[in-house]
Design a protein around this ligand. Structure first.
Ligand code: XMP
Length: 515
């Protein structure tokens, strides 16, 4: 993935902190490629990755407890620059002849830091006193042998230390969080000055590298890509198309369960704009027929998944020579199965759930990227904002947002209500802050009155959540006037709906979708 083959990534060693991904992203924001690894890798495994620098993340543990996560001591012999953050800084101190003491009080939150030397981390125009974010109990009292203290706080005499000769650095605070205003500068000093790296990892370098890799992998072969309308498969397809042009054919199965106007938009963007060869299968009728009478959520999911595969296989019938399948797998999916301490296991839903027995070689050009980076690549490749900033959407589509039997009438009602929710979120300028905002159609009806008429209609439930990764989520505190606009528009514009409710459940205990 790196642009210069001689320079390896900066490795972020995950000691079980929630911050490892954030650190990796901050490094990438400095235009240096980073990768997250588990702390159980051996020094030889680490050396094999040819790292340009290593960052030890924070962690929830104390270096003094039994079984506290540690690192193969051979890593210190590799001659690679190391920056320890929080727990990582304590580990480095403990391993290299310093001292970490238990104090009777920790330091949490915003803390004033006094810089006493500007060797590497604090060089440049950084202020001598600055605010930093602390979250620790143990304290480094003596820095590693050879290091000098370069900053302190009232509670932590060695809040930062540097051993410029051996290129080892430690900070007790968290430079990666926004509450440390000069944190990014500090990380950049470590990367550019401490590791001697150049900021060369840019969106255009990522695209160029991937284009070369895809060409090398696919050669003169034929590839297919299932488009879901979502951002990941869209960007993967656009990238592969840039690399191999007409050797790529996309298959877009329109299940009839897409959002309003989504099918046309996919065709418009990919076929007309990007000039990608696209097989558009309008399969709505088949899906409705299959779903008739099914009310059980699992049975519904299964029916949609199975039919999707059948339709996809029919569509690719004319492409028997295709050996490659393009998938929009992202880095978080890769790390979740890769680092040993990853606490969260995601049940990975694939695009429409393609079958395991399909005999393809996978092309996954986004495997090293986070979602926000994928979006930037998409923009750079000329994809429109409506695709690049599209919210996640489940493979089974509106099928999981209609409780009870799925019928064309209900889909139409839900599409209209859902479009209003999304339009209003966008008009309020909240589109990029909200993870997902959509409407759900439950299987109940209630009495209302409109004009002088008694109504007996369905309620629409608005679901809007904020989230980092969909593993946990909070209900979005949408302004009342926004909710009011959504409510009155839905009731006025969508026949059959006579009430609107707002879901105020976080995840857990709820899920994002209703099913
Ligand atoms: P839940 O409802 O489990 O959803 O909190 C978490 C995230 O996953 C999305 N989701 C799916 N995505 N296929 C997908 O590609 C699916 O079957 C599926 N089910 C849920 C959901 O929209 C949310 O972002």
């Amino acid at each position: 993935m790196n642009t210069e083959s001689t320079v390896g990534p900066v490795l972020v060693v995950d000691f079980g902190a929630q911050y490892a991904q954030l650190i990796a992203r901050r490094v990438r924001e400095a235009h240096v490629f980073s990768e997250i690894i588990g702390h159980n890798l051996t020094a030889a495994e680490i050396a094999a990755k040819n790292p340009a620098g290593i960052i030890f993340s924070g962690g929830p543990a104390s270096v003094h407890v039994d079984g506290a996560p540690s690192i193969d001591q051979g890593v210190y012999e590799l001659g690679v620059p190391i920056l320890g953050i929080c727990y990582g800084a304590q580990l480095l101190a403990r391993d290299l002849g310093g001292e970490v003491s238990r104090t009777d009080r920790g330091e949490y939150g915003r803390t004033e830091l006094t810089v006493v030397a500007d060797d590497v981390l604090f060089s440049g125009a950084q202020p001598r006193t600055q605010s930093v974010w602390m979250s620790h109990f143990d304290t480094i009292t003596v820095p590693p042998v050879g290091a000098t203290v370069t900053a302190s706080t009232p509670e932590t005499p060695a809040a930062a230390y540097e051993d410029v000769k051996n290129r080892r650095y430690g900070v007790q605070f968290h430079p990666e969080v926004v509450h440390t205003p000069h944190g990014q500068e500090l990380l950049e000093h470590f990367l550019y000055d401490g590791c001697g790296l150049a900021p060369s990892w840019t969106m255009s370098s990522i695209i160029d590298t991937q284009v070369e890799l895809i060409r090398a992998q696919v050669g003169t072969g034929r590839a297919i890509c299932g488009l879901s309308g979502g951002v990941d498969s869209a960007v993967a397809a656009a990238l592969v198309h840039k690399a191999i042009g007409s050797q790529l054919t996309c298959v877009f199965v329109d299940t009839g369960l897409m959002r309003l106007g989504e099918g046309e938009q996919v065709v418009e963007t990919f076929q007309r704009h990007q000039g990608i060869e696209l097989i558009h299968v309008r399969a709505g009728d088949r899906f409705f027929e299959r779903l008739a009478g099914i009310t059980d959520p699992e049975e519904k999911r299964k029916a949609i998944g199975e039919l999707f595969i059948r339709v996809f296989e029919d569509a690719k019938g004319g492409l028997e020579d295709a050996k490659f399948l393009v998938q929009g797998t992202l880095y978080p999916d890769v790390i979740e199965s890769g680092t040993k301490d990853a606490a969260k296991i995601k049940s990975h839903h694939n695009v429409g759930g393609l079958p395991d027995d399909m005999d393809f070689e996978l092309v996954e050009p986004l495997r090293a990227l986070f979602k926000d980076e994928v979006r930037k690549v998409g923009t750079e490749l000329g994809l429109p904002d409506e695709i690049v900033w599209r919210q996640p959407f489940p493979g089974p589509g509106l099928g999981v947002r209609i409780i009870g039997e799925v019928t064309p009438d209900k889909v139409e009602m839900l599409q209209k209500a859902d479009a209003i929710v999304r339009e209003e979120v966008k008009a309020a300028g909240l589109e990029r802050e909200i993870w997902q905002a959509f409407a759900v159609l439950p299987d109940i009806r209630s009495v209302g009155v409109m004009g002088d008429e008694r109504t007996y209609g369905f309620p629409a439930i608005i679901r809007a959540v904020t989230s980092e990764d969909a593993m946990t989520a909070d209900w979005a505190r949408l302004p009342y006037d926004l909710l009011e606009r959504m409510s009155s528009r839905i009731i006025n514009e969508v026949p059959g709906i006579n009430r609107v409710a707002y879901d105020i459940t976080s995840k857990p205990p709820g899920t994002i979708e209703w099913e």
